[in-house]
Design a protein around this ligand. Structure first.
Ligand SMILES: *Cc1c(COP(=O)(O)O)cnc(C)c1O
Length: 421
């Protein structure tokens, strides 16, 4: 069972909304830091362990700075994400560019920052060489294909767009070696939101075996192995969180059996998790605008799927509580909707809630990763604010809400005056 608690109660949230009207995302700094330390502790046996926070999960520089202070780097997949990493003062091997189908300027920027480049395809070796020259250290993303089963978000590895096949992997390292690359990394990520802890131990197993084989066949020493992100969080109250200490211990044993025995230590273990780092420590706080009773009961909020699209996109479950009514009987069954002109704009379908009134606050849980980040402007919806509950109990705004001016910023209305229709 996972606890579904917002760190602020109804009174505190109501007070907060005097200054910052709903909807907004609220993050809990203390909880993010505690969790970051648990992750580091689980892998403390590996001196080179590093987590590269997947920026796409929560691309906010204030959150990234907290994680940087905890020793995390950044895993980036676009030019603006690389720029965010740069703006908070990360550089060199603290940044990974997880490439896939990248334009040239992203490789150029990554090489300029001295970032580790994780190549997604064998043809990108030549592409990278042309755009920026090959950096000294390069990592390759492996796709094990039918050797490993995937899960629902990423699907079967052999259907996934990511990574090198096994043959391409050996060929890729051989080409890189012959071109003078000196430092090598190996990466894979074939699951998303996976709650089975053994899955990640198995992933490390596959990569450690490959490190041994690559050493024997090509005479290269892989310096770092990145087991990707994709660790799941307990979105449903009955789900169990992944036991990070168990994963760390399982991987440590394999490290001793495979890597140390083969004389290939030290090997740095890297991760690029997003969801487990911030997901459970962020909430979408919204207010009930309307109640509607037709063929079903509907509760309409002042937020919509542009604030949190996971339920509409994946049919994902997000727990919802009504602050101050947590202990009332949950016998009001309704769909919780937003105002987008799309019928799948629902945060919950047939959800049992306490009796809900117009004006009630609603808290949507586990919105700290892939929440605000996935926001979009369809239907003229404006992105909401992000707030941070500091360790001292104060709340600061870490991103303001958009205004119509932001929405219109890319349009030229002066040009429109002169435009002849
Ligand atoms: C999305 C992504 C991650 C983070 O995934 P989480 O599910 O948030 O842990 C890490 N690495 C890569 C390459 C990704 O695309």
């Amino acid at each position: 069972m996972s606890q579904k608690k917002c760190p602020l109660n109804r009174e505190q949230l109501e007070e907060l909304t005097q200054k910052f009207p709903t909807p907004f995302h609220l993050y809990d700094e203390a909880a993010i830091r505690t969790n970051a330390r648990e992750l580091k502790d689980a892998f403390a046996w590996n001196p080179g362990f590093k987590e590269y926070f997947a920026v796409k999960a929560t691309p906010n520089p204030y959150i990234m700075k907290i994680l940087q202070a905890e020793g995390f780097g950044a895993d980036c997949s676009s030019l603006p994400e690389l720029m965010l990493a740069e703006k908070i003062g990360l550089s060199g091997a603290e940044i990974i560019l997880s490439a896939n189908d990248m334009p040239a300027n992203e490789f150029v920027k990554a090489v300029e920052l001295g970032a580790v480049i994780n190549l997604d395809d064998i043809t990108h070796i030549g592409f990278l060489e042309e755009c920026s020259g090959l950096p000294e250290a390069i990592s390759i993303r492996y796709n094990p294909g039918p050797l490993k089963s995937g899960n629902t978000i990423i699907g079967h590895p052999e259907e996934a767009k990511y990574g090198f096949t096994r043959e391409q992997l050996f060929e890729g390292y051989r080409i890189l070696r012959d071109k003078g690359v000196k430092r090598f990394g190996l990466h894979t990520m074939v699951a998303s939101n996976e709650l089975d802890a053994t899955y990640f131990i198995e992933t490390a197993h596959i990569l450690f075996d490959l490190v041994v084989e690559l050493s024997a066949e090509l005479g290269i020493k892989v310096e770092f192995v990145n087991i990707g992100g994709g660790i799941g969080i307990p979105y449903k109250p009955e789900d169990e969180p992944v036991d990070l200490a168990f994963v760390g211990e399982g991987i440590r044993k394999l490290y001793e059996e495979k890597i140390e025995k083969a004389g290939l230590a030290p090997l740095d273990l890297n991760m690029e998790c997003g969801r487990i780092i911030t997901g459970p420590y962020g909430w979408l706080v919204s207010r009930v605008l309307h109640k509607k009773n037709t063929y079903k009961q509907f509760v309409g909020l002042d937020s919509c799927m542009t604030n949190l699209m996971r339920p509409a996109l994946y049919g994902a479950y997000h727990h919802i509580t009504v602050p101050g009514k947590e202990n009332l009987p949950h016998d009001f069954v309704c769909d919780v909707t937003g105002s987008l002109c799309e019928n799948n704009d629902k945060f919950a379908i047939d959800r049992a809630l306490p009796p809900v009134e117009i004006g009630d606050l609603m808290v949507i849980h586990d919105a700290g990763a892939h929440g605000h980040a996935m926001g979009f402007n369809y239907n003229g919806k404006l992105r909401s604010a992000e707030l941070l509950l500091r360790e001292n109990g104060g709340v600061v705004q870490i991103r303001r809400a958009e205004t119509p001016d932001d929405y219109f910023a890319t349009l030229d209305f002066e040009g429109l005056q002169a435009f002849e229709a």
